[in-house]
Structure formats: C-alpha cells, structure tokens
Ligand binder design. Structure first.
Ligand code: HEM
Length: 195
C-alpha cells in the first residue's frame, strides 16, 4: 500500500529526481538577490507570472480534476496577475498556457508549482520586509486556505494513489523546474522592461 513514507511513492520519486534542480534554482534565485529589494522582487513576480501562465490550463485538466477535486482553487495565476497590477508591472507580450494532454506529465508540472508553496512560507517573510503581503504584491505566496502542510499532504496523497506513470511525471517535473530556471536566467532582462 502506498503511503507518504513509501520510497516508491510518486511524490518521493519526484522530490528525489528534482532535488538537484530545486537546489540549483533556490541558489540562483538567492544569488540574483530577487528578495533583496522591491525592484528585484518585481523580477521574481514577472517570472512567476510567466510560469503560472504556462501551467494555467493544467489546473483545468479534466482527468486531474477527478483525482484532485480542489485542483482549480489551487491555481495561483489570478493572484500572480493581481500582484503584477499591485506592482504596476506591464504584462508580458501575448502568450498562453502550455497544452499537455497526458495526465502523468501534467501532474509532474503541477508538482513543481504546488511544492513551491512550501518554500513560499520562508519567502513570505522576506517579502514582508520589502513591504509586500498576501494582500498586496505578495498574494501568490500566501498559503492555501487549509494551510501549507495539509494542502501539500492532500496533493501528495492524491497523486500517490492515482497510478500515474512515474517516468512521464518525472519528465514533467524536470521540465517545470527547467522552465522556471530559464525564466530566472532572463529575469535581469525582465526587470528592465518594467520601468
Ligand atoms: C519559483 C521557485 C521555486 C520553485 C518552483 C520551488 C519548488 C519547490 C518544490 C517542488 C518543493 C517541494 C519539494 C518536496 O518536498 O517534494 C519545494 C520545497 C521547498 N522549497 Fe522551493 N521552490 C522555489 C523557490 C524556493 C526558494 C527561493 C527557496 C528558498 C531559498 C525555497 C525553499 C524551499 C524549502 C525550504 C522547501 C521545503 C519546505 C518544507 O519541506 O517544509 N524554494 N520547493
């Protein structure tokens, strides 16, 4: 039977397979000082906008909605858009969500966004020092209504019990992390478009 400590559970396989990518991304974000000033934080919000625009449609995936009933309410795209408005940031040029039919691949991408809500607990403390909160500028970093831990555990339990293809899910998760990293690399150029 699958449980949260089962080393073969999908959530642990995804964590293990993306550990290095996550570490590399964390270090890059901090090395770029994206939480060191309000101006730099704007770059972070812009990269979050691009990533959450990419995955917006995945939160409406029919098959995944059956497995994760609260999937739609987990979507942070609206909050990121509002953070963009709070910070007076121009919306990047036209673009749309990626289209992924395969549920296993899609769940790998969603793992990246849902897991990032855990790290956001620490990031909210940094952005509060810059003057942003879950009511202004830092909305997308807020915890889900039931709390970060319970929300994450519910997501993990749902995906662990659903029988997704771990190889495809891992590929999706790696692609998600690499997408964010690519946006991070271009974040220096993003900020220059915000003035
Ligand atoms: C957009 C950027 C980020 C993404 C996509 C991301 C993604 C993730 C994911 C998927 C997890 C869950 C890992 C698991 O348990 O399976 C996670 C956890 C975590 N992240 Fe990040 N992360 C990001 C930025 C950061 C940053 C900048 C930091 C801190 C410097 C950070 C710190 C953490 C911490 C401490 C946890 C574990 C929290 C816990 O277990 O309670 N993350 N993140």
């Amino acid at each position: 039977m699958t449980n949260m400590s089962d080393p073969l559970s999908l959530s642990l396989r995804l964590k293990d397979a993306t550990h290095t990518l996550h570490e590399d991304l964390d270090k890059s974000i901090m090395a770029h000082g994206l939480f060191s000033s309000a101006e730099k934080y704007k770059s972070f919000v812009q990269l979050q906008y691009l990533f959450h625009r990419d995955i917006n449609d995945l939160y409406k995936h029919d098959q995944l909605l059956e497995i994760i009933p609260d999937l739609a309410t987990r979507n942070r795209f609206a909050q990121v858009c509002q953070d963009m408005r709070d910070l007076n940031l121009p919306f990047p040029e036209a673009g749309s969500s990626i289209c992924i039919q395969d549920a296993s691949t899609a769940v790998g991408w969603l793992y990246v966004a849902e897991g990032s809500k855990l790290g956001a607990n620490f990031l909210t403390k940094l952005v509060e020092k810059l003057g942003f909160t879950e009511n202004f500028g830092g909305r997308h970093l807020a915890a889900d209504p039931g709390g970060r831990g319970p929300s994450w555990n519910a997501f993990k339990s749902a995906i662990d019990l659903a029988g997704f293809d771990p190889v495809l899910a891992t590929a999706g998760a790696k692609s998600g992390f690499m997408r964010v990293k690519n946006y991070m690399i271009t974040s220096d150029t993003l900020i220059s478009t915000s003035n």
